[in-house]
Design a protein around this ligand. Structure first.
Ligand SMILES: Cc1cc2nc3c(=O)[nH]c(=O)nc-3n(C[C@H](O)[C@H](O)[C@H](O)COP(=O)(O)O)c2cc1C
Length: 153
């Protein structure tokens, strides 16, 4: 069994949106969202580079990466730290592109980033320290997002 548990896989595959941190040449952080964040196998995540020039340039120079994936309703998720490899040709590139196309991605994929997860840790909102249940948290944030929806009609 690899480092990714069933629950980690569930959250990533449900949410799909990862916030990807890389390191710039000057040591400052670079953080950007990737809605193609997916579990590839028991120890790898993958995302598609559609328009992520800074992330890709940073990874080519320094493969260190961290990805956070959080369920915004239950305020729980995971952080994954590891090492990334960028592919823009070859069998793995084609296989990953075929996976995204099958899932409905229409955008041109410039490259794919395979992340070997070396550390994985749960993220949980401090609201749970106050004794809130998952149902209470979910209800509160569903209500919040419902309230943000424009009124119909
Ligand atoms: C919700 C959301 C999901 C996104 N998903 C992706 C993605 O999967 N792949 C990608 O290349 N860009 C994606 N983008 C766009 C990049 O995050 C955006 O172009 C960003 O400026 C790239 O910055 P970078 O070069 O620092 O990575 C997404 C943007 C948003 C808001």
């Amino acid at each position: 069994m690899g480092i990714l548990t069933d629950d980690m896989k569930r959250v990533v595959n449900e949410q799909r949106l990862g916030f990807v941190a890389t390191v710039c040449p000057d040591g400052t952080p670079n953080l950007s969202p990737k809605g193609t964040t997916t579990v590839w196998d028991d120890e790898h995540l993958v995302f598609a580079d559609i328009c992520s020039p800074n992330t890709i340039a940073n990874l080519r120079a320094n493969p260190a990466i961290e990805i956070n994936v959080v369920d915004p309703f239950v305020r729980k998720g995971y952080r994954f730290k590891g090492t990334a490899t960028v592919y823009n040709e070859g069998a793995l590139f084609e296989e990953v592109c075929a996976f995204y196309r099958e899932r409905g991605t229409k955008s041109l994929i410039q490259s794919v980033v395979l992340v070997k997860v070396e550390h994985a840790q749960a993220l949980i909102s401090p609201v749970y320290d106050l004794g809130a249940t998952e149902e209470e948290v979910r209800e509160r944030w569903e209500q919040h997002f419902d309230n943000l929806k424009p009124a119909s009609g």
